[in-house]
Write a protein that binds this ligand. Structure first.
Ligand code: IMP
Length: 196
């Protein structure tokens, strides 16, 4: 039997990618597919809380199983900022301005350690199951590369000599925080699916 599962996003690319990995035992629906046009408030104090707010909103209002993700950059020397404020660190949703603010706050700091983190919350049969993805790295002094988005030009993953923004999309998607969390979710869902 096909299991329907909502991904609390309207990002078509992310949805198609996970649908193709999961195959036809699961049917992934987006927020648009279920007619949800509400901008679900992300008022939590952690990635975990924000992902859970989104997945449980859908579970409660639509009575459907759902998963949601929330990600961000944590910089050790900045007390794990920008963290949940990654998308609007400067107060506005502008990748370039937020990246410049990070570099400005890190001026003169020798501890450049940082990590990207993703939390996925899956609300299934009334239970919340969490999946975490983390990638460690460092913050460059000067941005490099023009692929990707957000803080990609300043994030150099551990054991690499290039930034996320200098990698191809497929290379980044093999190692990223989001990919790690998604792989854990996929392994869980596949383990639950009835073999056909
Ligand atoms: P979201 O929860 O995936 O929408 O991520 C929130 C914010 O974290 C984004 O707007 C970016 O500023 C930052 N972020 C998350 N993942 C990445 C990434 O893979 N590269 C660069 N920035 C990211």
């Amino acid at each position: 039997m096909i299991q329907e599962l909502v991904f609390a996003t309207n990002n078509k690319h992310k949805t198609e990618e996970i649908q193709s990995i999961l195959g036809n035992q699961f049917k992934i629906l987006t927020l648009t597919d279920i007619g949800c046009t509400v901008d679900i408030p992300e008022t939590g104090n952690s990635f975990e809380e924000n992902a859970t707010l989104k997945s449980s909103y859908v579970a409660e209002h639509y009575r459907l199983d759902c998963f949601a993700d929330d990600s961000g950059l944590e910089i050790e020397a900045l007390n794990n900022e920008p963290g949940i404020y990654s998308a609007r660190y400067s107060g506005i949703k502008d990748d370039q301005i937020n990246l410049e603010l990070v570099l400005q706050k890190m001026e003169g700091l020798t501890n450049r350690k940082a990590r990207f983190k993703t939390m996925i919350s899956l609300m299934k049969n009334g239970k919340n199951i969490l999946f975490e993805g983390v990638i460690n790295g460092t913050i460059r002094q000067v941005p490099a590369g023009d692929h990707g988005f957000g803080y990609d030009p300043v994030f150099e993953p551990l054991d690499y000599t290039v930034t996320f923004a200098q990698m191809s999309m497929s290379e980044k998607n093999r190692i990223s925080h989001r990919a790690i969390a998604m792989q854990k979710l996929i392994a869980f869902l596949k383990g639950q699916a009835n073999p056909s």
